[in-house]
Design a protein around this ligand. Structure first.
Ligand SMILES: *Cc1c(COP(=O)(O)O)cnc(C)c1O
Length: 359
């Protein structure tokens, strides 16, 4: 049994001891040559991971900083927010709080976003921006990114902001090829780092739009990020320790091989799926739209999810998620993203077997 509560919730996820060690390197000045070398060391590999030649930015914020920042940089007319779970639903609220004209394209939780609906909305000519969540972590639904991007690209003056917070480094994502305009992720999900760092890239179309927006603020100003990145720096003092951790994780990812990393996530995800089938549980997400980084299990057997969580914590030192928001208790979620292995997922499932037998 682990000497601490091991995180199997879908973020923050468990962090490996070697990552903490890498983060404990001596501090450096953020305007020093050492920082330039650190950023340079990871930049081209982050570009490769995002499938882009555009600059990749490091934002000292959680993902929401860049999610809000994207609205402030890009929305002039009206934003269409694809809503199908906790995170995507919140984005429309955040847009309204930023004073933006925003409309929800609302789906029931668990229903994937339908590109045809986006097409119909954009055909009205009312919108200049779309927000889209690739992997809705609250429901375990992976939405059809390529199809959505293809639809938005039919409209020259509409920008697509894509949250890949829980799918980045789990499945291939080709920013340039897809024609996405902002791609963002966070440190505490599949990258298996502590929270506090967001990573994002921006298309030339989106830089052009941002340059024409007056009130985009300072902290998340895309133009400010771009000017600084040209000197391998960030606008303000970044979370350097977490960036040390990022360098370490990027090194590990390229040692493992990106393709092998995708395959590992798929394999571990399949092991979880087999366990669900073997135990008579069902999936919250429909077939063909299931996340590879976590599984949202439908509590069709009516088990006491809170009690399951308690036994997992008290007897197995494992933190398990008991469902998010409106589906709390009627679902629970099993994360397989980050540094997980067949052994750690095996331990988790053995713990679940033993806990379920006690309910
Ligand atoms: C976790 C998560 C977020 C929120 O990230 P913060 O780091 O809390 O800002 C946003 N979108 C998705 C899909 C997530 O999984």
């Amino acid at each position: 049994m682990s000497d601490h509560i091991r995180l199997h919730i879908p973020g923050p996820v468990e962090i490996s001891p070697d990552t903490y060690e890498a983060m404990a390197a001596p501090m450096i000045g953020h305007r020093s040559k050492d920082f330039v070398a650190l950023y340079d060391d990871i930049h081209s590999r982050l570009q490769e991971m995002m499938g882009t030649k555009q600059p990749v930015f490091l934002s000292t914020s959680s993902a929401w900083g860049v999610m809000e920042g994207s609205l402030r940089n890009l929305v002039k007319k009206k934003v269409l927010c694809c809503c199908s779970g906790a995170f995507s639903d919140k984005w429309v609220d955040v847009a309204a709080r930023c004073g933006k004209d925003a409309e929800a394209l609302q789906y029931d939780w668990g229903t994937p976003v339908d590109p045809a609906d986006i097409d119909a909305k954009l055909a009205t000519g009312e919108f200049d921006t779309v927000t889209f969540i690739h992997n809705e972590t609250s429901t375990g639904v992976m939405n059809p990114l390529a199809e959505v991007a293809a639809v938005v690209r039919k409209y020259d003056d509409v920008l697509l902001v894509t949250d890949t917070v829980s799918s980045f480094s789990v499945v291939p994502i080709e920013f340039d090829k897809l024609g996405v305009d902002v791609l963002l992720t966070g440190s505490q999900k599949a990258l298996a780092l502590p929270p506090g760092l967001a990573i994002f890239t921006v298309s030339d179309r989106a830089f052009e739009r941002a340059a024409s927006v007056d009130d985009r603020g300072y902290y998340f100003d895309f133009i400010e990020f771009k000017k600084n990145q040209e000197k391998s720096m960030t606008p303000s003092t970044p979370c350097i320790a977490t960036i040390y951790g990022l360098r370490h994780q990027v090194n590990k990812i390229f040692t493992e091989g990106i393709e092998n990393r995708f395959a590992r996530h798929e394999k571990l995800n399949n092991i979880v799926h087999d366990w669900i089938n073997a135990n008579g549980f069902e999936f919250f997400a429909p077939e063909g739209f299931r996340s590879k980084s976590l599984t949202c299990v439908k509590n069709n057997k009516g088990i006491d999810v809170a009690q399951l969580q308690k036994i997992m914590r008290d007897e197995h030192s494992i933190a398990l998620d008991g469902g998010y928001g409106q589906i709390k208790g009627t679902t629970f979620r099993i994360s397989n993203m980050g540094d997980e292995t067949e052994e750690t997922i095996g331990n988790l499932l053995a713990g679940l077997d033993s806990a379920l037998a006690k309910l």
